[in-house]
Design a protein around this ligand. Structure first.
Ligand SMILES: [Ca+2]
Ligand SMILES: [Ca+2]
Length: 358
């Protein structure tokens, strides 16, 4: 292989490229022989930019909760007969994940049924609502809505609803597959955050997030990163939008959960900003968190992501929603100039930058 590489190295004239991409194919901040080998081994091939997940760009109305009990909910109009019984776990559908702290999933999405909140105020109505809609480009969007405005108490547990792509786990009904690895992962989506009502009491607060989780087998530890794009209401330290990272002490002992400040990581605000495009280079973020000792070195490697998610969270009485569309998961490839072919132009870019550190 080395001989072939050297031949190509000398036979093809070196030319400074006009493209921006540097040639750091494996995303380790150096342009070196490893990048070179990846490029040469994929030379002439058509590399799709977005080949991860089961439904690039979010096109299918298939979403279901993961627990098969009285709270099970699905909205799978693109599959005749619905998801459960027709699509196996891992067969391709979005996972809806309602969460209410210690209560887990206390009630069924869209039911508005009464349930025991375990708060002094007792029975309340189910605050979870989900629907499919379209974004400003007429593309499918998933609308995650939390509404506790009819609750008789101003203080609530945390109320969260996420749209997730999860790999199957145990007996849980999860539809994700073909997720990327955390050592080469770019995430793209459009998010529309809406606060319909958050003024019914002084405690109410909300945040809008996306996150990822992965598991490292040889240290038997899971890692969860959440990007706080925006918050409203009284400050919560973990919900900071400006800190590099804040540990969530409530995560299980074998799980390290970090909440990241969107402004620190150059992510856009969402509240009152309309539909907003987000692009997150999770791999670069993980690398920087390791350098700053927020993550252990062992957390980095070719570990498949177990889940990605996006959603609103709320504490207190209110009504907020997050619409998610155009989800794309991709990895950097040797197609540096994004023309869907690994070719001489990519080669010249890499060679021109060979040896550089970013
Ligand atoms: Ca590299
Ligand atoms: Ca190319």
């Amino acid at each position: 292989m080395i001989i072939l590489l050297l031949l190509i190295f000398f036979l093809i004239p070196i030319r400074v490229s006009a493209y921006n991409s540097t040639g750091d194919v494996n995303n380790n901040s150096k342009i070196d022989i490893f990048d070179y080998n990846i490029l040469v081994s994929s030379f002439g091939k058509n590399i799709p930019l977005s080949n991860f997940g089961w439904d690039p760009k979010l096109t299918k109305k298939l979403a279901a909760t993961f627990k098969r009990d009285a709270t099970y909910f699905e909205d799978c109009s693109d599959q005749s007969g619905g998801c459960f019984g027709n699509i196996a776990s891992g067969g391709g559908f979005y996972t809806l994940a309602p969460d209410m702290g210690a209560l887990g999933i206390p009630c069924k999405i869209n039911s508005h049924e009464s349930f025991d909140s375990k708060l002094p105020a007792g029975v309340q109505n189910c605050p979870y609502f989900f629907r499919w809609d379209t974004d400003t480009n007429d593309k499918l969007s998933a609308v995650l809505n939390l509404d506790s405005t009819d609750w008789t108490t101003p203080t609530t547990s945390n109320i969260y609803l996420g749209l997730q792509e999860n790999l199957p786990y145990g007996v849980l009904y999860m539809g994700g597959k073909n997720l990327p690895k955390i050592n080469n992962f770019l995430y793209h989506a459009k998010l529309l955050a809406t606060i319909n009502d958050l003024n019914t009491n002084q405690f109410a607060k909300t945040r809008f997030i996306t996150g990822i989780a992965w598991y490292v087998p040889n240290i038997q530890k899971s890692f969860v990163l959440e990007m706080n794009f925006d918050t409203a209401g009284p400050e919560v330290p973990q919900w900071s939008t400006t800190d590099i990272a804040t540990k969530n002490e409530y995560c299980a002992v074998d799980v390290l959960c970090l909440y990241l400040g969107g402004r620190y990581w150059n992510q856009p605000e969402l509240i009152n900003k309309g539909e907003t495009t987000i692009d997150i280079n999770w791999t670069n973020i993980i690398r920087k968190l390791i350098a700053q000792n927020y993550l252990p070195l062992e957390s980095f490697g070719p570990y498949q992501i177990g889940g990605t998610y996006a959603g609103p969270e709320m504490l207190g009485r209110g009504n907020v929603s997050l619409a998610v569309s155009d989800i794309e998961m991709s990895a950097t490839s040797a197609d540096l100039n994004n023309n869907n072919l690994v070719d001489i132009f990519d080669y010249n870019t890499l060679v021109a930058n060979f040896g550089k550190s970013l």
